[in-house]
Design a protein around this ligand. Sequence first.
Ligand code: GLV
Length: 381
Amino acid sequence: SSVTIPPPACMLRPLEVPLRYLFGPGPSNVPPRILAAGSRPIIGHLHPEMYEIMNDIKKGIQYAFQTENNMTIAMSGSGHAAMECAVFNTVEPGESVLIAINGIWGERVAEIAERMGANVQRMVKTPGGYFTNTEIEQAIKKHKPVLFFLTHGESSAGLCHPVDGIGDICRKHDCLFLVDTVASLGAAPIFMDKQNIDILYSGSQKALNAPPGTAPISFNDRACHKMFNRKTKPVSYLFDMTHLSNYWGCDGKPARVYHHTGPVSGFFALRESLAILAERRQTKQHSVFLVLRRKPFFICVLQDLRLPSVTTIAIPEGYDWREMLTYIMKHHHMEMTGGLGPSIGMVMRIGLMGYNCEKTNADMALHALADALKNCKKSKP
Ligand code: GLV
């Protein structure tokens, strides 16, 4: 019997991938060394050499997060996988969760927690707003959550939220402190242990400059105590930390048993990106956004709270942001983006992350923006 559906014409053409300047909020350009690591030959996900590489990744994440937590792994999946893993494992249905929302990521976590049956309480500010420790403590006292969520790098708003003191407040009220550093890790300092953060996660594709698809996450002893003394099983099998802790050799058992097949190439690339971070020894925080401050680009976030990796600028008056972004992509092969979630129509976002964070790139981005201003239609007032 022969096939009745012919091979699709597109499959008989070679793969084409354009070269682009990824100056949006991620993914960022991947340096050749990391690309090369990702293209090494595949080995089995349960080979001893793979365990060694996973052990290296664990050490690399501990360094990046500044933590000694044993329960430190990389998720097979994007930052969303880590987000769901954190919530699914530490919260049981019916428990109260408090979420700080000042952009898209809090909204996203609130939806995830609602889907698994948590009792979700929201604290909301407009994108770019921030919460004082007093406001946070008052809300924690009122709602008595088992978990408080805060975004460190709010990429939709370009805001890097202060973290100091919040972990202590959470401890005082017997609540776990969960922090999202997907857009900020490697660009803005974070100290998981010193700042008493109970659960911290990030993503591979932003300031770490690895390909999308893996996500570091770490749980301290308080978080482990809560998640390993549950009455119910987490709703996700794939993200169940009982299994993942074994896969990553964190559960003290002598053998790792099959749970799922991790993204082997993605782990090679993540290892290399963490190695580069370790060699660099510090977060790379060129103030390239200062270059972007030149007129007519007005930055939306207070200077002290700016996220170094993603700069949000106001949409220049009279211009259509979609037209500008399309122009910049077409003529400069450069990605910049509009707002996201609640910041759509408010801002344009320029990301210069890790490897991309160079003054020459900031100058190129500025040049492209100026060119778009000259060549895109300005509506009559
Ligand atoms: C996605 O991560 C974004 O910030 O656009």
